[in-house]
Design a protein around this ligand. Structure first.
Ligand SMILES: NC(=O)c1ccc[n+]([C@@H]2O[C@H](COP(=O)([O-])OP(=O)(O)OC[C@H]3O[C@@H](n4cnc5c(N)ncnc54)[C@H](OP(=O)(O)O)[C@@H]3O)[C@@H](O)[C@H]2O)c1
Length: 336
């Protein structure tokens, strides 16, 4: 079978197309014919040899996100049969409950080989069924970005109708957060560096939009839009570079989910967190149970993931370059 490997993570050109034997599923494993994968910012960091690659075994098959069909099952498998349509869970061993250190060792495309291959053999517990109405490409976008947003807003965030949510930028995590917030009857304020993308955010249901490049004091704008009260939830993908503004934009007793680090460094004053009684919660993807709950909710609401482009398998490097450009809106997929 064909697979991509990173032997020495030194940039996008370190992705190499190789031949590997089709894996033979062990007793509790399922052989999946991968049909589509999707990219996350983390995959770019991985191929460049950033912090997430510390301690991983090389060569590595990259990407946490993928979906496909079951073609063979081990003799002790009970959850799946050939023909089932499945997606892989980001942390193969995080089934339910709170996060534990052991789960880190099961992260696909990080601690263990990921999905950018024609076939993969995974433990049956690490897979979820995908909704019938979704294409393989759509389902492939779910394991990392969607589950992270679901955990931030719903599982850990306890979002309810009528609340307000601030989403930042138009990457995978933020667009899923917008969709889940709308699904729960929440009001969404969304930001982007591009006016063209702001129009698309409105089409997806954002009631107010702000260009964070032309309005660098966007947190003041958020306060104006909320009668100086601030928002109930901030889906924070900028990290230290934007956190001070997010704290300002959050309401008294509001909640900020710390998810990403796109905006680089910055200084944080803890005083306003304390004075405003803000809950600052770190989010690291989520469990299989969260993934399954999210799929049920998406199915009931017929929510379609927003895919910007699907690249052919032979153009995996181009897909990474497109992600790097930041031109995308939502998710980027690679068909397999
Ligand atoms: N903790 C977790 O479990 C977890 C899971 C998934 C992702 N993440 C992290 O979350 C972040 C987003 O991931 P992603 O996969 O959604 O990334 P992505 O798809 O690459 O998103 C990139 C987009 O983010 C926006 N952006 C960039 N810099 C920004 C800034 N300073 N302020 C506001 N928006 C900015 C831009 O949107 P515009 O073009 O509209 O300006 C850009 O196009 C990354 O840091 C990633 O590592 C963490």
């Amino acid at each position: 079978m064909k697979a991509y490997e990173i032997a020495e993570p030194k940039g996008i050109d370190s992705l190499q197309l190789v031949d590997r034997p089709i894996p033979k599923p062990k007793a509790k494993e399922v052989l999946v014919r991968v049909r589509a994968t999707s990219l996350n910012y983390r995959d770019l960091v991985t191929v460049k040899g950033g912090a997430v690659t510390r301690g991983i075994r090389l060569p590595l098959v990259p990407l946490s996100d993928g979906a496909g069909e079951v073609v063979e099952v081990g003799n002790e498998v009970t959850r799946f049969k050939p023909g089932d349509r499945v997606a892989a869970s980001f942390f193969q061993s995080w089934l339910t409950g709170p996060i534990e250190p052991a789960f880190f060792r099961s992260a696909l495309g990080g601690a263990v080989d990921g999905m950018l291959a024609e076939y993969t053999a995974l433990g049956e517990e690490g897979l979820v069924r995908i909704p019938d109405y979704m294409s393989f490409e759509e389902a492939a976008t779910l394991p990392c970005a969607a589950v992270t947003s679901w955990n931030a807003l719903v599982t850990a965030g306890h979002l309810t109708g009528g609340e307000s949510v601030l989403v930042m930028g138009t990457g995978g995590v933020s667009i899923f957060a917008l969709q889940f917030a709308r699904m729960h009857g929440a009001r969404v304020i969304a930001t982007s560096s591009s006016d063209a993308k702001l129009g698309r955010l409105r089409e997806l249901g954002a009631s107010e939009v702000i260009n964070y490049k032309t309005t660098p004091d966007w947190e003041i704008k958020v306060l104006e839009m909320t009668d100086n009260g601030g928002v109930d939830h901030v889906v924070e993908v900028g990290g230290a570079g934007t956190l001070a503004k997010s704290i300002r934009a959050a309401k008294l007793g509001g909640r900020i989910s710390l998810i990403g680090l796109l905006a680089g460094g910055g200084q944080i004053d803890p005083m306003p967190i304390l004075l405003k009684g803000i809950t600052l919660q770190g989010i690291y993807v989520g469990s299989r149970t969260m993934f399954e709950q999210m799929n049920r909710a998406m199915e009931i609401n017929r929510v379609h993931p927003v895919i910007d482009r699907v690249f052919p398998f032979s153009e995996a490097r181009e897909a990474y370059r497109y992600l790097e450009s930041g031109a995308h809106f939502g998710k980027i997929c690679i068909a397999v």
